[in-house]
Ligand binder design. Sequence first.
Ligand code: ZN
Length: 138
Amino acid sequence: MSERPFTGQAFYQYLGEQKLMGSRCKSCGALYAPPRPLCPACYGNDMDWEQLGGKGKLIAFTTVNIAPTAMIEAGYGRNNPYCTGIVQLDEGPAVSAQIIGVDPAAPEQIAVGTPLQVAFVRRGEGENKRTYLAFEQV
Ligand SMILES: [Zn+2]
């Protein structure tokens, strides 16, 4: 596998290839997603890319009515809220992502513990086209 730097930019490049990638510390085995170039557990900097299975469960969520600019441009906002959450991956790390396939207008129907799988959401046009990390119900 090509040696990309362990940065958020590389993480998003991989998302564009439909891959959810983390970094694993070769010294102590700790796994990070999004990737980290340095291991906070043992201070090692010898990392390997590792592709994650993309399955996990919802451990926290909130619905957003006052959207940041990028999400307003994607059509979200006061009249079209969205759900964002923390997903604990089967491999251990927890990632923050949009949760799709749920009804943000009925948050009482969204349950912590719901099994989720990764979804790669493409937004934007032309040079601004980018792939975002999201999860949907299994
Ligand atoms: Zn380590």
